[in-house]
Write a protein that binds this ligand. Structure first.
Ligand SMILES: Cc1cc2nc3c(=O)[nH]c(=O)nc-3n(C[C@H](O)[C@H](O)[C@H](O)COP(=O)(O)OP(=O)(O)OC[C@H]3O[C@@H](n4cnc5c(N)ncnc54)[C@H](O)[C@@H]3O)c2cc1C
Length: 461
């Protein structure tokens, strides 16, 4: 269907006024790329809603004119997750960025979706609280963007898992038809927002990780916790990957998840045998943290690893929220074969990295990394590039490597559109995928929201 650009502009202007909508190419171009080699995709309009009600009306207009709507949070994802796969409206959620409430008694905070993690943490710390969990995407990444794609990072996910695993209490979502739904205890408005799982099925779980295809998130309530002044960090170099695996099992089985806030494994392409670990130990009392540290050091020594200088771990974990600018300065990030896998299966991904990427294809720029989450890994091969000519080669190799890894024990996350991992998911005709399609068709019969993201358009005919 052809979009009548001027007509839609005037309808959107009726909702948000003249200054928060544009159809001018000059304004649209900055929204046409994400942080990946994905092809440029220009929206027809960009609109900046300021309220749930405005989003409801925009979705109703989009439905009656059958125009796709795409949702951009902080815009730091890098797998074609919000770019307009078809001409359509881009919702820039940037104005919905407030901390709505911090409840110091129940230890929950309610935010608008485009509140950044950095802003939330700054406000929480004024009250002796923190969120702890965080990814490495820098100060622009938002709570809503992270939760909608179920992010998880090197910091704190060892203890708390992916965003949304345990900490999301309730979501407020605008469905593709403009209806509003609140999940968890918030579904019982007279009770308030304090519990995720109470009334019926866990509807928050249905939206977390869906990359916006089932609704626009307009509010999130999440668990927060007291800050701790105690900071113990370690680095270690392990001799073999088997030792790293044993150490991962030790953390999970023998001493318990609560020991570690973050573990980050990094292997540089120039030294594939050097397995470097950075660790952030968790605890509120010095004696407890000292005990944990002692146990961890003893295990590393028993495995023949070598404890190193703590400074790199301090630097890394200390700057995650405020911005690891050097990560950005090295160029655009691109991943090959990234995803979740069992602790023992890290050897599979490491082997593909070393044999298929470095030795067979001669791509010697990508490093290998991983974060131990409670009981599994989020692992990846990652490169940086600056020269646009590198794109094609990079995308081709990444596709080949993804083919191999996703046929193995790696579960992808961060699906996105046609320049992301969409085709790999669509290829698998599983009950999961069939149910997802049924949900999408039911909630969004005209396929308005995030058309072509996660599920190809033709799969919904
Ligand atoms: C250097 C670097 C390091 C990174 N490290 C990590 C890491 O350690 N772990 C990790 O998980 N990611 C990482 N990322 C990726 C990215 O930063 C995170 O995924 C981040 O959580 C995305 O947040 P965002 O606000 O930028 O979301 P966006 O990129 O804007 O959006 C992400 C997805 O959520 C959807 N969405 C956004 N807002 C809403 C809403 N209100 N309602 C419904 N859907 C919505 C979008 O359409 C899109 O599909 C990294 C990125 C970079 C550049």
């Amino acid at each position: 269907m052809m979009v009548d650009i001027k007509k839609v502009t005037s309808l959107l202007q009726e909702v948000v006024g003249p200054n928060r909508v544009t159809d001018k190419k000059f304004d649209l171009i900055p929204y046409s790329r994400d942080l990946s080699p994905a092809a440029q995709k220009i929206p027809t309009h960009v609109v900046l809603p300021e309220s749930r009600e405005e989003i409801q009306t925009i979705l109703k207009i989009a439905n009656s004119h059958e125009i796709p709507v795409y949702i951009r949070g902080g815009g730091t994802s890098h797998w074609d997750a919000y770019l307009p796969q078809e001409p359509g409206i881009m919702l820039d959620m940037g104005r919905l960025n407030k901390v709505i409430e911090i409840n110091t008694r129940d230890l929950v905070a309610t935010v608008q979706p485009n509140c950044t993690w950095a802003k939330l943490d700054r406000e929480l710390r004024k009250q002796g609280l923190t969120y702890l969990c965080s990814e490495a995407g820098g100060p622009a990444m938002t709570v809503g963007g992270s939760v909608m794609k179920a992010g998880g990072g090197p910091h704190s996910t060892a203890k708390f898992g992916f965003h949304g695993n345990q900490d999301i209490i309730s979501l407020e979502m605008v469905l593709p038809n403009g209806d509003v739904v609140e999940t968890g205890s918030a579904a019982w408005p007279s009770a308030g927002k304090f519990k995720r799982q109470c009334l019926g099925p866990d509807l928050a779980g249905m939206f977390i990780g869906a990359e916006g295809i089932l609704g626009v998130c307009t509010e999130l309530t999440l668990r927060v916790r007291p800050t701790t002044d105690i900071s113990e960090r370690l680095t270690a170099t392990m001799k073999t990957l088997d030792d790293v695996i044993e150490f991962g099992h030790f953390i999970n089985q023998h001493v318990g998840d609560e020991y570690m806030q973050g573990i980050y494994l990094w292997v540089a392409p120039t030294a594939p045998e050097v397995l470097f670990l950075m660790m952030d130990i968790f605890g509120y009392e010095q004696e407890i943290v000292d005990h944990r540290k002692k146990m961890i050091i003893a295990k590393i020594n028993e495995l023949g690893g070598e404890i190193g200088d703590r400074a790199p771990a301090d630097d890394y974990f200390g700057r995650i929220l405020t911005g690891l600018t050097d990560l950005f300065n090295t160029g655009v990030w691109h991943f090959f074969g990234a995803g979740s896998l069992r602790i023992d299966d890290i050897t599979f991904l490491y082997r593909i990295w070393k044999e298929e990427l470095i030795e067979k294809r001669g791509y010697t720029k990508a490093g290998f990394g991983g974060q131990i989450l409670p009981r599994d890994w989020l692992a990846f091969m990652v490169t940086n590039y600056k020269e646009p000519e590198e794109w094609k080669e990079l995308v081709k190799i990444a596709h080949e490597i993804d083919e191999i890894t996703l046929n193995g024990p790696v579960v992808p996350y961060g699906i996105g559109g046609r320049d992301g991992l969409r085709s790999f998911v669509a290829e698998r005709n599983t009950g999961y995928y069939r149910l997802l399609k049924t949900l999408k068709k039911t909630l969004d019969p005209k396929n308005i929201l995030q058309r072509g993201i996660f599920i190809p358009e033709e799969e919904l005919q």
